[in-house]
Design a binder for this molecule. Structure first.
Ligand code: 26Y
Length: 822
């Protein structure tokens, strides 16, 4: 038995308190009287980090000793959110640390608020990668996440005069206690230049790539701990730096400024996250980022492999690599280059290894979001990869010709090179050809993939295709963010559900229990009060916690149809103006989300929301029955406040456009009911919770296809619907823009004329459904019962379930238990 605990690993309140004081003194160099909040936060972070490192080292040692099969998750984005709270939950130390802080005269919540979240992602795709890292560790699967250490993450959003303003995200400003720099893990990455070939003295054909530029990738490691296990996996992010020797060369020849410029150019590669989701602009720096990530990651895997074995032909037995969308798809050509050019494997051997190594997840059906790179740009930056892609393509198209003799059109569609107008490299085609498995992220999405963007690949190799419906981690999105609900659930069914989310089913019988329902309602109300306080403090709007909290938070995009929600708000407003005494359910609409800086329409939607908010919130006729709030700078931290306080979750994308959605899952797991279309994972959520517990509206994918086939005429819909017409006219006439009739014209005009995302086709159905939902909200008993049933039946949407499916069907990898040696 241990008599005294080690200060670095002990977990008693007393030891934690002592370790904290120690770190404040010896790491931060502060005595209590002058320590700032940030000193306190860092001292606590280092205290927690020590406990992580113990588990991390044990994991690393176990994996190395066993040469464990390892999942590598390659992603240009990891939207982690703050570490401190999550690590405390996963370590099981939350309450002990809260107590230790209290004894020190500090409030843990204040320290938690100090953390600047690493916003290394845009939205759903980056957050999915983070949830999957959590589940991999929790399921004790050896895994490495490979990504980019952007110096500036997703921009901070401010709202000025109703418009979005972007502020750079200097997330590393006060240091990052969660990462460990590994300057000794440094890998070279080449760009540009040219290639030449020769036959070596053993008669082998060899290609040499003589680059124009060379940078080095430096590894920064962050431990990712599983929930109440000893497994701590590795998130390895790469930062680009100039290669020292290059500088000196230039310096010696006298070109000092040239050398400095070179250094700056190199370091620009990992300077900033591109803030576009869905819409690609063919920017050279973006391609450099993607290649930089892939080259570093694959070189690192080969380096790790060669530490234990010299036989690279079994590489795919040690590593399985998941491509998070096409952003890392250049990996296919890079692994071929490394195996063939640098490790001298025969082409066919290398190709077998490559295809057995990679699997590809698609996240979008939007045709304009499919990545393609202009050939001249691609060839000038990656000349060797272009040759390799040509070779891959030639061999691939030979097989296609065999399968479909004479079908030239199919050949052109399947080709990795788009030869239509300008020539492009199609990254999705490269990913499909170079992978043994291809998946979509929700059942509907995976079906549509097979019918639309990847149809030809499906017909060619149907056995590669599967569905892996997304999931979210209940640790961050319930236990950490909603302690009230977590306590209530655990008091009744124990804590098993946190790792086995299906166990939430055991709540079903409690839906009929009046006492339980009352407690459930009280938890939600408390969360709403807390959000109301935050809204008051953040934007100065007072909202009534007993009004229905109807929330729409996600990136701003036309297909996500935030403006459809606005049309309903104006409809309600119009009704109140027509009938000032109308008895409506008091209603608080809450929006949040960022627009890509170059996406004008999306920014105009933000302006529209804020403009409508200004009018509605101050109109005496409305008399506080309607409130509209736009929460600035929606991010993971903000999400953690918002989901627990929602009554109604808005999931209103045009059917067929949202690949899955994951916010829909976070809301429902926190007891919100969903109003939504049959899109993405909504379909499966509705299946699970029951149609009677889901507010469904809008046209289905098939109905919309039919509408477009018959010629969609939105103006006819508007002219035939008096309320809709009034709503549109009210925007046009400047009612929400101080008389400016031009401001919102791009939005309203588009709805009348074209309406690509079919808002008008779904308008009446949405308004009716909203009315039904808000009427039902008045029956609190019924509402609470539906809320309980929703949570009870949402177990499927744990990222643990999703990761188990990937492990079994795609990765063929098993858990490795990590014992704690001391
Ligand atoms: C190429 C670049 C411009 C780009 C950058 C980021 C393209 C796309 C993205 C991000 C896409 C994204 O977040 N997609 C979302 O992925 C989620 C996780 O699978 C889905 O739930 C969601 O429906 C989908 O829009």
């Amino acid at each position: 038995t241990v008599l005294t605990e080690d200060d670095r690993t002990g977990t008693s309140v007393e030891t934690l308190r002592r370790a904290f004081m120690d770190n404040l003194f010896f790491v931060q160099g502060r005595f209590p009287e002058v320590a700032t909040k940030n000193d306190h936060y860092l001292a606590l972070a280092y205290t927690v980090r020590d406990r992580l490192l113990l588990r991390w080292l044990n994991s690393a040692k176990t994996y190395r000793d066993q040469f464990s099969r390892t999942v590598c998750y390659l992603s240009a984005e990891f939207l982690l959110g703050p570490h401190l709270g999550n690590n405390l939950i996963n370590l099981g130390l939350y309450d002990a640390v809260a107590e230790a802080m209290q004894q020190t005269g500090l409030d843990l919540n204040v320290l938690l608020d100090q953390e600047e979240e690493p916003g290394l992602g845009n939205g759903g795709l980056g957050r999915l990668a983070a949830c999957y890292m959590d589940s991999l560790a929790t399921l004790e699967i050896p895994a490495i996440g490979y990504g980019i250490r952007y110096e500036y993450g997703i921009f901070d959003q401010e709202i000025r005069d109703g418009w979005q303003v972007e502020i750079t995200d200097k997330w590393l400003r006060y240091g990052n206690p969660w990462e460990i720099a590994r300057p000794e893990i440094t890998l070279p990455v080449k760009f540009g230049g040219s290639t030449y070939s020769y036959t070596d003295d053993q008669g082998r054909y060899r290609v040499v790539w003589q680059p124009h530029q060379m940078v080095q990738g430096i590894a920064y490691d962050t431990p990712i701990l599983g929930y109440k296990v000893n497994t701590a996996n590795l998130l390895r992010l790469w930062r680009a730096e100039a290669i020292e020797s290059f500088d000196f060369q230039a310096f010696n020849t006298g070109d000092y400024y040239g050398a400095v410029n070179e250094k700056i150019a190199s370091e620009n590669i990992t300077k900033v996250l591109y803030p576009n989701d869905e819409q690609l602009q063919g920017k050279e720096l973006r391609l450099m980022q993607q290649y930089f990530l892939c080259s570093c990651a694959l070189q690192d895997m080969i380096r790790l492999y060669l530490q234990c074995s010299s036989d690279l032909t079994r590489f795919h037995h040690k590593f399985t690599v998941q491509l998070n969308d096409t952003h890392p798809a250049i990996s296919v050509a890079e692994l071929m280059r490394l195996l063939v050019d640098e490790h001298l494997l025969p082409w066919d051997t290398a190709w077998d290894i490559t295809r057995q190594t990679f699997a590809y997840t698609n996240h979008t059906l939007l045709p304009e979001a499919l990545e393609k790179w202009p050939l001249p740009l691609f060839g000038s930056l990656l000349p060797r990869h272009l040759q390799i892609i040509y070779e891959i393509n030639q061999r691939f198209l030979d097989q296609v010709r065999l399968a479909y003799p004479g079908d030239q059109e199919r050949l052109a569609r399947l080709s990795i090179i788009d030869e239509s107008e300008c020539r492009y490299v199609r990254m999705a085609n490269l990913a499909c050809v170079g992978s043994h498995a291809i998946n979509g992220v929700a059942a509907l999405h995976s079906e549509l993939l097979k019918q639309t963007v990847l149809r030809d690949f499906y017909e060619l190799t149907p056995e590669k295709f599967s569905n892996k419906t997304n999931g979210v981690t209940p640790r961050r999105w319930m236990v950490l963010s909603n302690p009230g609900l977590t306590r209530l659930i655990s008091n009744h069914i124990g804590e098993d559900w946190i790792k086995h989310l299906d166990q939430l089913r055991r709540l079903e019988p409690l839906a009929e229990d009046a006492g339980f329902a009352a407690e459930w309602h009280a938890v939600k109300h408390k969360n709403k009060v807390r959000l109301a306080e935050y809204i008051q403090q953040r934007v100065g709007i007072s909202v009534d916690p007993s009004s229905i909290f109807d929330i729409l938070v996600k990136r701003i995009h036309e297909y996500k149809r935030q403006h459809l929600c606005v049309l309903n708000i104006i409809t309600l407003y119009q009704r109140l103006k027509d009938h000032p005494n109308l008895d409506i359910t008091p209603h608080t609409f809450i929006f949040g989300g960022k627009a890509a800086p170059g996406y004008y329409k999306a920014k105009l939607i933000i302006k529209l929301i804020n403009s409508v908010a200004e009018v509605v919130n101050t109109d005496p006729t409305v008399a506080d029955r309607l409130k509209v709030v736009f929460l600035p700078d929606y991010n993971v931290t903000c999400g953690q406040r918002v989901y627990p306080a929602a009554d109604l979750s808005e999931q209103i994308s045009t059917a067929g456009y949202e690949a899955s959605g994951t916010g829909n899952m976070k809301f429902a797991l926190n007891g919100a009911l969903t109003i939504g279309t049959l899109d993405g994972a909504n379909v499966e959520i509705r299946e699970e919770v029951g149609a009677e517990n889901f507010f469904l509206f809008g046209n289905t994918v098939e109905q919309l296809q039919e509408i477009w086939r018959n010629g969609y005429r939105p103006w006819e819909i508007a002219n035939n619907n008096p309320m809709l017409k009034r709503v549109l006219d009210l925007i046009s006439c400047g009612h929400f823009s101080h008389g400016d009739t031009e401001l919102f014209r791009p939005i309203v005009e588009h709805l009348w004329q074209n309406d690509r995302y079919c808002l008008l086709a779904d308008y009446q159905s949405y308004v009716d459904c909203q009315e039904q939902a808000t009427r039902l909200y008045r029956d609190q008993k019924q509402w609470v019962k539906m809320s309980i049933l929703n949570v009870a039946r949402m177990g499927k949407f744990s990222s643990d379930r999703a990761i188990r499916e990937y492990c079994e069907d795609i990765w063929r990898v098993q858990p490795v238990h990590v014992p704690l040696a001391d």
